[in-house]
Design a protein around this ligand. Structure first.
Ligand SMILES: Nc1nc2c(c(=O)[nH]1)N[C@H]1C(S)=C(S)[C@@H](COP(=O)(O)O)O[C@H]1N2
Ligand SMILES: [Mo]
Length: 434
C-alpha cells in the first residue's frame, strides 16, 4: 500500500475521494478486508448500507485524527476535549450532552484572554451602563439583585464557531465539532430592565459590552474580546445579566461573578466577567467586530479564498443543529442488537426547532423523531427515536434538525468563510454491532 494512504484516511478522502472510496469500499462499494487493512482502521465490520454511502464521503469511524486531549480542570468532567490551552478552550463530546440541563461540569469552555482570579465579594462587583443613555449608571451586583426582577430560563449557549472543524478546507480557529454548546439554567435579570433604568436616548441603536479579562498579550490597552449587537437583541426579554448557573453562583471559568447571556446568537456576545455595557448610535467597534470576525458571506465565496470580509454580514441568529447524545459515537453494541433507541438534542438560534429526523442508511430514508416541548424560548429540544437495524455490522446514525422556518441542516458545512462560522452539517455517529 502506498505511503500516502497510511498518513490518514481523512487526508486521503480530502485529496482523492475516488481513490479513497476504491480503497475503503472496493468496486462493489462493500467494505473489504483489504480496505480495512490498508487504512489500519477500526471499522472492523461489514457495512450493510455501504452502497448508499455518498461517493467520496469519509466514513465517520475513519475520521478521527490524533487522539483527543482530555481536560483536567477543577470541577470539570474529564471527558471534555481540549481544543486549545492558551487561551483555554474545551468542548463537550455529544454523548456528554445527554442531560436535559447540562451540568456545569460538562459545560464547554471558551476563553479568548486570561482567566481572571476568583472574586471574594461578588455583590460588590460593579457594572457600568453608559453611552446613549439619559443617566449613566454604576451598579453593584448586590444592587442589581435587589432592584430588578430576577428570572430563570434554561437556554442554549453556543459558540459562533461551533461546527468549524466540518469546513473543508478548515476555517481558522478552534476546531469545534458539535461540542461548543450547552444548555443551562441561567438566573439573573433582563438586560432590558437595566437599560430602561438608565433611560435609552433616541440615538440608542446598538450595544457593546466589556469584560474584565486581560488580553493574552498582557497589554492593558487591549481587550480580550468586546462584542455588540443591534439594540433590539439587547431588549429581547431573554437577554440577561446572570449571576447563577443551574442554581449555583456562576463559577469564574463561566464568567462569574456576573456575565451576559444573549441566547441564540454567537456565544461571544455573552460577555463573561461583565463590567460595562455601552449603548451606541453606531455598531460596536470592539475586539471581535468587523472584518471576518463572527461574520459570514452574503454571497458564497470560493472555499479557501482570501477575503477581508467587508461585504460579509454579522452572524446573528445561529443556524439549526441536532446532535445524537446516546449512543456515543464509536459505541460497540452486542451482537444481535436490532432495536436501537436514539436520544439527542436540537436547537436553532432565535427560530427554534420544527422537526428532527434520523437516518440509518446514509440519508436514503429518514424517520421522524419524537420531540419534547422546550421549557421556554431558547431552551433546546430533546428528541428520541428507536430505529431498527437489519443486521450486525457498521452503521452510521445521522440526525438532521429542521428549524421552524423549514430550514434543514445540510449534509456538508455550507457557506465557507475564512474564520469558519455557521457550520451546521448533520451530526453523524458510528456504531458497531457485533
Ligand atoms: N469576557 C469574555 N467573555 C466571553 C469570552 C471571553 O473570552 N471573554 N468568550 C466568549 C465566547 S467566544 C463564548 S463561545 C462564550 C463561552 O462561554 P463559556 O466559557 O462559559 O462556555 O463566552 C463568551 N464571553
Ligand atoms: Mo465563541
Amino acid at each position: 500500500m502506498s505511503q500516502s494512504i497510511e498518513r490518514s484516511a481523512a487526508e486521503l478522502y480530502a485529496n482523492d475521494p475516488e481513490r479513497a472510496d476504491a480503497v475503503v469500499l472496493g468496486r462493489r462499494r462493500v467494505l473489504t478486508g483489504a480496505g480495512l487493512a490498508a487504512l489500519g482502521t477500526a471499522l472492523g465490520a461489514a457495512m450493510p448500507f455501504g452502497r448508499h454511502l455518498p461517493a467520496g464521503m469519509l466514513p465517520v469511524a475513519l475520521a478521527q485524527g490524533k487522539g483527543p486531549q482530555f481536560l483536567d480542570f477543577p470541577g470539570k468532567d474529564k471527558g471534555l476535549v481540549v481544543l486549545g490551552d492558551r487561551p483555554l478552550v474545551a468542548e463537550t463530546p455529544e454523548h456528554l450532552l445527554d442531560d436535559a440541563t447540562t451540568p456545569v461540569g460538562k459545560f464547554f469552555i471558551r476563553n479568548n484572554g486570561q482567566i481572571p482570579d476568583d472574586i471574594a465579594n461578588a455583590d460588590a462587583w460593579t457594572i457600568r451602563i453608559d453611552g446613549e443613555v439619559n443617566t449613566p449608571l454604576e451598579l453593584k451586583l448586590g444592587d442589581i439583585k435587589q432592584r430588578f426582577q430576577a428570572q430563570t430560563h434554561r437556554m442554549v449557549l453556543e459558540c459562533g464557531g461551533n461546527g468549524r472543524s466540518f469546513f473543508s478546507p478548515p476555517g481558522r480557529g478552534n476546531q469545534w465539532t458539535n461540542g461548543g454548546a450547552g444548555c443551562a439554567e441561567w438566573t439573573g435579570v433582563a438586560l432590558k430592565d437595566v437599560l430602561a433604568a438608565a433611560g435609552l436616548k433616541s440615538e440608542a441603536k446598538f450595544t457593546g459590552s466589556y469584560g474584565s479579562d486581560a488580553h493574552l498579550s498582557g497589554d492593558a490597552s487591549k481587550h480580550a474580546i468586546s462584542r455588540g449587537n443591534p439594540i433590539a437583541k439587547s431588549l429581547d426579554p431573554h437577554s440577561m445579566i446572570v449571576w447563577a448557573m443551574n442554581g449555583q453562583p456562576l463559577t469564574t471559568i463561566h464568567g462569574g461573578p456576573v456575565r451576559l447571556i444573549v441566547p441564540g446568537w454567537p456565544g461571544s456576545l455573552s460577555t463573561k466577567w461583565l463590567n460595562r455595557v455601552v449603548v451606541r448610535a453606531t455598531p460596536h467597534d470592539g475586539q471581535g467586530m468587523g472584518g471576518t470576525s463572527y461574520r459570514v458571506p452574503v454571497k458564497p465565496i470560493v472555499p479557501g479564498s482570501n477575503d477581508d470580509g467587508k461585504t460579509f454580514r454579522d452572524l446573528e441568529s445561529m443556524p439549526v443543529r441536532g446532535i445524537i447524545t446516546n449512543p456515543a459515537n464509536g459505541a460497540r453494541l452486542p451482537t444481535g442488537t436490532r432495536d436501537l433507541p436514539l436520544r439527542g438534542a436540537a436547537w436553532g438560534g432565535d427560530v427554534g426547532v420544527g422537526r428532527v429526523d434520523v437516518s440509518i442508511d446514509f440519508g436514503q430514508t429518514w424517520q421522524q423523531a419524537d420531540t419534547a416541548t422546550p421549557t421556554n424560548h431558547y431552551d433546546w429540544t430533546r428528541w428520541t427515536r428507536t430505529v431498527k437495524l437489519p443486521s450486525d455490522g457498521y452503521f452510521e446514525l445521522w440526525v438532521r434538525a429542521t428549524d421552524r422556518n423549514g430550514l434543514a441542516q445540510p449534509v456538508v458545512a455550507p457557506n465557507w468563510n475564512p474564520q469558519g462560522y455557521g457550520a451546521n452539517p448533520i451530526n453523524r455517529i458510528a456504531v458497531l454491532v457485533g
